[in-house]
Write a protein that binds this ligand. Structure first.
Ligand code: NAI
Length: 400
């Protein structure tokens, strides 16, 4: 079939396998040419491995020097009568193909990372492929729901992206219609805030590490990282001071308790604060779009813009595995959001955001770059791919 982009609001309803392959190849190419990552971690578990930061981390550690073997967990869908399948499904397929070509082990496990069954599958894969132990666990899940598996009746927590205490005015741009849509975000209820912490806070990260400790799957010196966002005062009302920020603060606290647990194995746990980027997860954040549009514009003009792969490369070379030891701030957070938070960048972004409205957002902000990146996340918008040619999707139906 011929696959065309289908966008509903900010959600892609189709994905193109060849564009996903292209994205994998470009990220591999980047890390192969960049300075090598120096770590002895060879057996790596990535929770949330099929897109965004998790995928970039997997690529960086496989092809950027360490030649790691990986087990990647994700929640993705293959082609069926219902649709093309998700971009993450094709990313898994092509990552594995490239990794195996390079002689590496790359195991993809798709399913719900919150479920006990999937944990058992992962432990089994660690036994089979990693001689029973992992050296590094990267926690990079981004989701809106977490089923409660310990409840007898079906129950789930849902995260919301809302301010706390007072409402916030903002805008989102529909990637379907390219229209600016003003928004008023009402303050979250206490229950909504608590549920968001359940979904995106540190509890599940901690339970994964506990599961691995109980299964005796933690290698000596094992480390774990999870990703966070802090942002600046421009984004604090909707992010840091809102429901997601509370969940991230919970995640930061979890990093300290996990650090104590992993000390028993001579290991460490860190929360890593990344920069704002267009990913499947972030385009959902209401009232955030004007900030990202302005940020992209300013950072690209200054030559300091980074995508997921550049961020992960810098994390591993200069921060987590730096020759001078892991670099952390006063709160024991690894920071790779420094270029975003550069005061000059923030001053310029603030001026643009103040001026931005429905008539000028395409000129003042980098809407073209934002939209291109969104399309490319789903395999579209690559100039070297002939999208008029049909694709045989049945070759991708089996899990890779
Ligand atoms: P993403 O949407 O690109 O990737 C999320 C991954 O989680 C995918 O592999 C997906 O399949 C997997 N996943 C989701 N639900 C799952 C489930 N139930 N079971 C198994 N796998 C599941 O997201 P992105 O943006 O890379 O986010 C990763 C982390 O980075 C999140 O914690 C996010 O808050 C954080 N972050 C993101 C920033 C951004 O601007 N995108 C900035 C700073 C931090």
């Amino acid at each position: 079939m011929i696959i065309e982009p289908m966008i509903q609001g900010v959600v892609a309803r189709s994905a193109h396998p060849l564009g996903c392959e292209q994205s994998i190849l470009e990220q591999i190419d980047f890390v192969k040419k960049a300075s090598p990552i120096a770590t002895k971690a060879k057996r790596i578990l990535i929770l949330g491995a099929s897109s965004g930061f998790g995928l970039a981390a997997r690529i960086a550690l496989t092809f950027g020097g360490p030649e790691a073997d990986t087990i990647g967990v994700s929640f993705e869908r293959g082609p069926s009568e219902k649709g093309t399948g998700t971009a993450g499904w094709f990313n898994n397929h092509y990552f594995k193909q490239q990794a195996e070509k390079a002689g590496r082990t790359a195991i993809n496990i798709t399913g719900d990372a919150f479920s006990p069954e999937l944990r058992s599958q992962v432990i089994e894969a660690i036994e089979t492929y990693f001689e029973g132990e992992v050296d590094l666990i990267i926690y990079s899940l981004a989701t809106g729901v977490r089923p409660n598996y310990s409840s007898d009746t079906p129950q789930q927590w849902r995260s919301v992206i809302k301010p706390i205490g007072q409402s916030v005015e903002g805008a989102i741009v529909s990637l379907e219609t390219d229209q600016w849509q003003p928004q008023t975000l009402e303050a979250a209820s206490e229950q909504e805030a608590a549920d968001t912490i359940k979904v995106m806070g540190g509890e599940d990260w901690e339970s994964w590490i506990d599961t691995l400790i109980n299964a005796e799957s933690i290698a000596d010196g094992c480390q774990t990282i999870a990703f966070s966002y802090v942002g600046s005062e421009l984004t604090h009302p909707i992010y840091l001071d809102g429901t997601l920020g509370q969940a991230k603060i919970d995640l930061h606290q979890t990093s300290h308790s996990l650090n104590l647990k992993l000390a028993n194995f001579n290991g460490h746990a860190y929360a890593t604060v990344c920069k704002a980027l267009v990913t499947k997860a972030s385009v959902f954040i209401p009232a955030f779009t004007p900030y990202i549009l302005a940020l992209y514009k300013v950072m690209k003009e200054k030559g300091t813009h980074e995508g997921c792969i550049e961020q992960m490369h810098r994390l591993f070379t200069e921060q987590l595995f730096s020759p001078t030891g892991t670099h952390v701030d006063g709160e024991r957070l690894i920071r790779i959001d420094d270029l975003e938070l550069d005061p000059q960048v923030q001053t310029e972004v603030s001026l643009l955001v103040k001026e931005m409205d429905e008539n000028n957002f395409k000129q003042l902000g980098d809407y073209e770059g934002y939209k291109r990146e969104f399309l490319q996340l789903n395999g579209f918008g690559y100039e070297n791919i002939d999208y008029s040619l049909p694709v045989e999707l049945s070759q991708y139906t089996l899990e890779s």
